[in-house]
Design a protein around this ligand. Structure first.
Ligand SMILES: Cc1cc2nc3c(=O)[nH]c(=O)nc-3n(C[C@H](O)[C@H](O)[C@H](O)COP(=O)(O)OP(=O)(O)OC[C@H]3O[C@@H](n4cnc5c(N)ncnc54)[C@H](O)[C@@H]3O)c2cc1C
Length: 309
């Protein structure tokens, strides 16, 4: 099947003129994902300010171009055929992070691409209670908000203000967000430009210790050294996807270079050269095995994007 190219020469010229080398075309996305998998983006554009983002969003609206925003790529399976349209990365002012203590609280003001691990470390130093629940999640703040990332505590519990930009309204504006397990009510095309998180302030040494022990536990229970994308499936009500997958006998199953991690059954690892098709096939096999064995339907936590043919 012929690939549809939605960007035309006018779009490419406009992006080149405004962004210079920060606009790249037919750019493979594998290096930008934790799985190290994924075909090319028609255009990959690094935007460094709200104005630059608004410029792209206006063009996306005017030309009805598809658009996708990339965080740190830790929850993404990008198809081998790549992503049509414009893929955005937030840089520059979007990566700023300001953490301060104020009236018995710790406040973190973060750009959409600020590092969540860096935020956790700084908030812990000031004694932000509960931040250990976000420790070790390799996310940008924007990606974490989109996913309502967390463990026993989720980022939504701490979010006081979320500012987005979107094609329909390109200038930064505040939105109310509904938070659910690994999901939010954010409109699909809303890009988190910045956010403010607030934590009650407690004993810094105790918070740091809890954070550290979470990091140590992760290293022991997750295949952190091999390319992966965290948990592939959301936990079903009252159970754990990893437990069900293991009980269905799927640990160690392989498809090309992809393997159900022998360490943590809800992780799929790229042991070398895995394609998106390998991972997608393995996901289907695992889901079917759990359905057949236990009658439980697993739902994906990882986001599948782009073309898989
Ligand atoms: C080793 C490992 C451990 C993990 N542990 C956990 C865990 O304990 N808990 C947990 O919840 N997750 C975990 N994850 C999954 C992942 O880290 C989270 O889902 C994280 O929130 C993804 O953030 P990201 O910046 O990498 O987003 P990406 O993976 O790049 O993108 C994910 C989605 O968010 C969207 N997005 C990204 N940035 C923005 C933005 N600025 N505005 C709007 N949408 C945006 C993307 O378009 C995409 O739809 C783990 C992953 C790994 C690899």
């Amino acid at each position: 099947m012929k690939t549809v190219r939605l960007l035309d020469d006018g779009d490419r010229d406009a992006l080149r003129e405004r962004f210079g080398e920060r606009a790249r075309f037919a750019q493979p996305l594998a290096p930008f994902t934790w799985w190290k998998i994924g075909g090319p983006a028609d255009a990959l554009v690094d935007v460094e300010s709200a104005e630059e983002l608004a410029f792209v969003l206006l063009r996306v609206r005017k030309r009805r171009l598809p658009m996708f925003v990339l965080g740190s790529g830790s929850n993404l399976l990008v198809g081998d055929g790549g992503i049509r349209g414009i893929v955005l990365r937030l840089e520059g002012e979007f990566s700023t992070l300001d953490v301060r203590a104020e009236n018995g609280t710790v406040i973190a003001a973060a750009g959409g691409s600020a590092s969540l691990p860096a935020l956790c470390a700084q908030v812990a130093t000031l004694g932000g209670i509960g931040v250990d629940g976000l420790a070790g999640i390799p996310a940008t703040v924007g990606g974490a908000i989109r996913m309502n990332a967390g463990t026993d505590r989720e980022i939504g519990e701490f979010a006081r203000e979320v500012i987005v930009q979107a094609p329909a309204r390109p200038e930064p504006h505040r939105v109310d967000v509904g938070w659910r397990y690994r999901q939010t009510s954010l409109p699909r095309d809303a890009i988190v430009a910045r956010a403010e998180l607030r934590f009650e302030r407690g004993d810094a040494a105790a918070v740091r210790e809890r954070l550290q022990s979470r990091l140590v536990r992760r290293k022991a229970t997750q295949p952190v050294a091999i390319p992966n994308s965290g948990s592939c499936f959301r936990n079903p009500e009252g159970d754990h996807a990893g437990r069900l997958i293991e009980a269905a006998g799927a640990k160690g199953w392989r498809e090309g270079g992809a393997e159900v991690s022998p360490l943590h059954a809800n992780f799929i690892v790229n042991t070398g050269g895995a394609s998106a098709r390998d991972v997608a096939t393995l996901l289907t096999r695992v889901r079917r095995a759990v359905q057949d064995e236990f009658g439980v339907e697993l739902h994906l936590e990882v986001h599948l994007v782009g073309e898989f043919h």
